[in-house]
Design a protein. Structure first.
Length: 164
């Protein structure tokens, strides 16, 4: 009797859902999926959807791994709170956070309350991560940033908005 053919497992495998196990997918690691975010609920996929764009975003967490800076972000909205654009009201986004990579030469500009002045001043990526993570998550959720992305979906410019 001939031996039945064996199935090969593809690089990306999906386990069919059952009554006791939901569907799962495993994906090989890429530059945007590794390393994993330190927090829960980060979806490190589809970061190239912002490639070549400027987005207004919230940043839940930032961390440095192997000399690279990673951010856990999601889109949000901003509304001028005073005058033409002196201060901003941040309207939090909804949905999952996404892990994005900062370019090694990305520019970071911070203003109050994360920076020292109301006008944006340059900071290193490490100083930004240290200042961000020194604040409680309830404080970080009220901050907003303009992020510029290159053609590969990496952050090339980060500027915090002045909030009073």
């Amino acid at each position: 009797m001939p031996t039945p053919p064996t199935a090969t497992v593809p690089t990306t495998a999906t386990t069919p859902p059952t009554a006791t196990h939901p569907a799962t997918t495993t994906t090989p690691p890429t530059a945007t999926t590794a390393p994993a975010a330190p927090g829960e609920g980060t979806t490190p996929d589809a970061t190239t959807r912002w490639a070549g764009t400027k987005q207004f975003m919230q940043i839940r967490e930032g961390w440095i791994s192997d000399g690279r800076t990673y951010l856990s972000v999601r889109t949000a909205r901003k509304v001028a709170a005073t005058g033409p654009h002196e201060a901003w009201l941040i309207i939090p986004g909804e949905g999952p956070y996404t892990t994005v990579l900062m370019a090694t030469d990305a520019r970071v500009l911070l203003s109050v309350p994360l920076g020292d002045n109301s006008a944006p001043d340059p900071y290193s990526q490490a100083e930004f991560v240290n200042r961000l993570m020194a604040e409680p998550s309830s404080f970080r959720s009220r901050l907003g940033y303009d992020l510029s992305f290159d053609g590969k979906g990496r952050v090339t410019r980060l500027q915090s908005l002045y909030t009073s």
